[in-house]
Design a protein around this ligand. Structure first.
Ligand code: ZN
Ligand code: ZN
Length: 137
């Protein structure tokens, strides 16, 4: 069989498109033909871009959380909760796709966001109870 990309002697089959491919046209990281592999690399790069945005959201939120007023802010709380949800989706997809580095970064960020969010939740929970007791703030 000839390689579907370059016409040389094929040695394997791409597990995604099922075309016969040669050693030269095989991407050894993914065991895909180089055309399918380039798509895979693009998707991985997109995950890294999304993680960059989320890391930026974390940095901004961390600064905001230092301000007493912002610790009571519902938007900050909801923002962090929604970032956590998104990170969990990314983690699931990264695991399925075998994007180890994406998974590692997402886990690290998940931990940081959780650590930032917990005191805010506790603080806002307490504020809520205080309001119910009728304290004026
Ligand atoms: Zn080839
Ligand atoms: Zn392929």
């Amino acid at each position: 069989m000839e390689c579907a990309i370059c016409g040389r002697q094929a040695s394997t089959i791409c597990i995604r498109c099922r075309r016969p491919i040669c050693e030269n046209c095989l991407d050894k990281t993914w065991y895909l033909c180089r055309e399918c592999a380039s798509l895979k690399w693009e998707i991985e790069a997109d995950y890294h871009r999304r993680l960059n945005y989320l890391e930026n959201v974390y940095s901004v939120s961390k600064e905001k959380a230092k301000i007493a007023q912002c610790k009571n802010c519902i938007i900050l709380r909801e923002l962090l909760i929604s970032v956590l949800k998104l990170l969990r989706e990314i983690l699931d997809e990264a695991r399925k796709e075998g994007f180890d580095e994406v998974e590692r970064r997402a886990r690290k960020l998940e931990l940081k966001i959780t650590n930032l969010l917990l005191p805010i939740l506790i603080r806002q929970g307490i504020a809520f109870i205080d309001r119910n007791k009728g304290f004026i703030r």
